[in-house]
Design a protein around this ligand. Structure first.
Ligand code: C5P
Length: 228
């Protein structure tokens, strides 16, 4: 098996309302994205990791990890899915159609190398692939106009995390199809679902949070301490 990493890191982090994209915010003595990449690289399975970076991004070239021999810089796109497609295109001469690609958000710095291995061990012989995900703890409500219309059966609902692991050719085709149809896909699995595939889920860990709001940073710092 051959494994490629793709890290979409071209978002601007609107919900963070900070002076720079959230992947460059300081976290436990480094930037968020340095933690993310160091944890991924610690899994030691990579043929290479392509990081999708906005062409106007002044922060990325300043980081030593941007020159790591396994790290490649691909151009970011308008939406997350465009960034992932660009990174897939960047890898086209290196990756084989059946190679595995693991897509992991730059904004998830607390990914444990053990969780990367858990995903790979569970799915490396699977035809389709799948994602790390978590069962939902809270009771779920369907809401419209500020009031509850029903309670949703939470036993059938999982939260999608990353990494998400699919075959190179299948992921490229699914994302291209979704783009051509104008379908909104906020993760890789949804693009494959649109093609009628059934990605598997592998239970991840609650500490694999996505930095989204300012209060996520101290939480991530706490989780990073527990991980090390
Ligand atoms: O905004 P959100 O939290 O969904 O972003 C998830 C990941 O996708 C982040 O790591 C972000 O940098 C990345 N992204 C991207 N290109 C975009 C938008 C988001 O690579 N155009």
């Amino acid at each position: 098996h051959t494994f490629w990493g793709i890290v979409p890191a071209a978002g601007v982090g609107k919900r963070m309302a900070a002076d720079r994209p959230k992947q460059y915010l300081p976290l436990a003595g480094k930037t968020v994205i340095e933690h993310t990449l160091e944890h991924l690289l610690a899994a030691e399975i990579w043929a290479g990791v392509a990081v999708a970076i906005s062409p106007e991004d002044p922060y990325w070239p300043e980081l030593a990890i941007s020159r790591h021999p396994l790290v490649h810089t691909a151009p970011g796109g308008k939406e997350r899915a465009d960034s992932v497609l660009n990174a897939l295109d960047y890898l086209q001469d290196r990756a084989g159609e059946e190679d595995w690609v693991l897509v992991h958000d730059a904004a998830r710095p607390c990914i444990a190398a053990a969780d990367v291995h858990k995903l790979i061990d569970a799915l490396k012989d699977d035809a389709v692939g799948g994602i790390l995900a978590l069962p939902v703890a809270d009771t779920l409500k369907r809401v419209s106009d500020g009031s509850i219309s029903e309670t949703v059966d939470r036993s059938a609902i999982w939260r999608a995390l990353t990494p998400q692991m699919f075959r190179y050719g299948a992921l490229r085709d699914a994302l291209r199809d979704a783009a051509a149809k104008g379908s909104v896909v906020t993760d890789e699995a949804s693009a494959l679902e649109l093609q009628g595939r059934r990605p598997k889920i592998v239970e991840g860990r609650p500490d694999n949070l996505k930095i989204t709001r300012p209060e996520d940073l101290p939480l991530a710092e706490f989780y990073l301490k527990q991980l090390s």
